[in-house]
Design a protein around this ligand. Structure first.
Ligand code: NAD
Length: 626
């Protein structure tokens, strides 16, 4: 029996009210009505966790409130207890907190609760809040010369201070991320905080080197000249971000653009505005508020910002919105970089380390509850190990804990919004209708944002879960018999963002990595290319274009200017006027010399042809001047 008895529900509610008593903006646990979803979440627990929770809930129901409060206090402070007493209280803390928080944040009124708590009203923000876009954007434009005049080293001082500010405030930021997204605490800490800090450190270590003026080779025909590349700002860069990594997707592009000398207009997703968080860390680091401004609101605000004709649009989001943005930008020829969706394949060969591949598949598909553009969305397994892999995967994901924890104890958080939850439900219903077997997660009610991992067997090409981006905790399994078939299955998608190949045979893995039409590939790992900020990131096909991060990412936010310098002289270039039949013939000789035989002989021929041309040009010029 997975349902809670009335007594058990009463006990859980008592604990919920002690943990979440409510305040002027947030309703208490009871007032939020969250307990109504208890059976749904309890069903998802393992049998032993469920039995433990039920026992504790009965105890809470019977005991007077001050005792329950005392027990919960001891649980929350288990690390202060003597070591022989601590373990059961620690378990109590993890279990009860996990369930209470999951219930509170998975309830359908989550949006209102969270937005109320943040003082954020989606309707007002959708109309661009109280920000006058033109006026605020004008301030960014006016500040361009100030940011441009800072050296890269000066800008990096701000980046260092920003890293320190984020490091100091990280637990608070993680709270804000969790409140906005419903993700697990570890997902928030590792992907958003670690990833962001790592990027800032990359900038501190390498941005100066990558943005320094570069000398490039000058060919012999241009002898006497110096060829340089300089990296200059584009002006004001518009960054438009999605809701899945609201902190990382803010700070990483903002700072990449700033370090190149741009001011930045940043528009977060209306689903996860993180009101005030980006501004708070930037203020701590001493950024002038006219250098980087946050514009809250929905698509209409993004569109108004494009009307301001930014120097570049850096867009991360869905393919359909990417197309709209590109269409609007084309009217003013605004450069656009598009980081869009994906349907990332994972190919597992029979000789792969199966335990590691199973663990990698679980994490790759479920981290951030599958709401990651580079989530594993198709697991393509060699026939010989398919059954073993599938059974192990079922076991692996069935052990995972779901919840919005405050202590790092939950594996999977919630879906961030109802819109994406509906898409996952649609993919599930479609797959079931077309004959897939749902090995884990079929009990999900197709509504709650607490979606268990969904493992699909018997997936066919007609199913949405095979073809479309699910952006949720889905693990569709496919079989292959030959290398060619695996590659064909991996490439059978309109997307091309990321992929992984698993095999002991690194020559084969590398060959398959080359054959997959995509922007990023990990071998014997998953989503790991994103972990190295020196590597470029971006997609092909419907996953977008442009490369972000690494030296390519810095170039993407710069006007990469070519400069050629020659000392002032009287000399006239051979290809300048006048044109004559004789010059034409000498040019023909030069072309044969330059592009014909190479090496020493070629160089001698070039030198002779060049000298003849030069002396002819000098003669023609002196005749003209006379
Ligand atoms: P979305 O396209 O719905 O929205 C993204 C942003 O665009 C939001 O800020 C939104 O307000 C804004 N927007 C919407 N219409 C606009 C318009 N007409 N003009 C200007 N701005 C407009 O995407 P989402 O649902 O927030 O994010 C999920 C998608 O993002 C998934 O497809 C995912 O794969 C993709 N994604 C890609 C990457 C990547 O790096 N490739 C990273 C994360 C997410």
């Amino acid at each position: 029996m997975s349902r809670l008895s009335r007594l058990q529900a009463k006990g859980l509610q008592k604990a919920g009210d002690i943990m979440i008593p409510g305040d002027e903006v947030l309703p208490s646990f009871t007032r939020s009505g969250s307990i109504a979803a208890a059976d749904r979440i309890v069903e998802f627990l393992t049998e032993s966790d469920r039995a433990g929770l039920k026992g504790v809930a009965v105890l809470f129901a019977i005991l007077p409130r001050p005792f329950v409060k005392g027990l919960l206090w001891l649980a929350a402070n288990a690390n202060r207890l003597p070591s022989f007493l601590a373990p059961p209280f620690r378990e109590l803390n993890l279990g009860v907190k996990g369930v209470v928080m999951s219930l509170y944040y998975s309830d359908v009124s989550m949006d209102r609760k969270i937005q109320g708590a943040l003082g954020y009203d989606a309707k007002v923000a959708g109309e661009s809040g109280d920000t006058n876009v033109e006026e605020a954007y004008g301030r960014l434009r006016a500040a361009q010369s100030a940011v441009r005049s800072l050296s890269v080293r000066d800008r990096l001082d701000f980046i260092r201070r920003l890293r320190e500010a984020i490091l100091a405030k990280r637990e608070w930021i993680v709270d804000q991320i969790q409140d906005a997204t419903g993700k697990s605490r570890t997902d928030a800490l590792t992907s958003e905080i670690f990833g962001t800090l790592d990027h800032l450190l990359f900038l501190e270590k390498y941005a100066e080197k990558h943005l320094r003026e570069k000398k490039v080779p000058t060919p012999p025909v241009l002898m006497g000249k110096k060829s340089l590349v300089r990296f200059e700002p584009l002006g004001t860069v518009l960054v438009i971000s999605p809701w899945n990594y609201p902190f990382y997707q803010a700070i990483v592009p903002i700072t990449s653009a700033f370090v190149c000398g741009n001011t930045v207009a940043y528009k977060p997703s209306e689903y996860t505005p993180l009101n005030g968080v980006v501004e708070a860390v930037l203020a701590d680091a001493g950024f002038n508020e006219d250098w980087i401004r946050v514009f809250y609101g929905a698509g209409d605000v993004g569109s108004k910002l494009i009307d301001q004709k930014p120097g570049k649009i850096f867009f991360t989001g869905s393919t359909s919105t990417g197309k709209k943005i590109m269409a609007q930008a084309s009217r003013d020829l605004i450069p656009v970089e598009l980081e869009l969706g994906g349907k990332d394949p994972m190919i597992v060969f029979a000789d792969a380390n199966i335990e590691r591949a199973v663990a990698g598949a679980a994490w790759g598909a479920l981290t951030n509850t599958g709401q990651s553009c580079t989530s594993v969305e198709k697991i393509i397994v060699e026939d010989a190990i398919y059954d073993d892999f599938r059974d192990r995967l079922v076991k692996e994901v069935s052990r995972l804990k779901l919840g919005v924890d405050r202590d790092g104890g939950a594996d999977l958080g919630l879906m961030t919004n109802d819109m994406q939850t509906k898409i996952v439900a649609d993919h599930l219903v479609d797959a079931e209708k077309k004959g897939a077997r749902v090995l884990v997660g079929s009990e999900w009610d197709r509504k709650s944002r607490a979606i268990p991992p969904l493992v699909f067997d018997g997936v066919t090409r007609e199913m949405k879960v095979y073809r479309e981006e699910s952006f949720g905790p889905v693990l569709p399994l496919l079989r292959f018999k030959s290398e060619a078939e695996a590659i064909e299955l991996a490439n059978d998608t309109e997307y091309g963002l990321s992929a992984s190949v698993w095999s002991k045979d690194l020559v084969r893995a590398s060959r398959v990595a080359d054959a997959i039409v995509t922007g990023n590939v990990s071998v014997n790992n998953v989503m790991i290319t994103e972990g190295n900020h020196a590597l470029p990131f971006g997609g092909v096909k419907n996953s977008g274009f442009g490369r972000f991060k690494g030296e390519w990412g810095l170039a993407a936010f710069s006007n990469v200017k070519a400069i050629m310098i020659e000392a002032s002289s009287k000399k006239i270039e051979a290809n300048w006027y006048p044109y004559t039949p004789e010059k034409y013939s000498k040019f023909n000789d030069l072309i044969t010399a330059v592009f014909g035989s190479q090496g020493f002989v070629g160089f001698v021929k070039f030198a002779i042809a060049g000298l003849k041309l030069e002396s002819y040009v000098a003669k023609v010029r002196s005749d003209r001047v006379r």
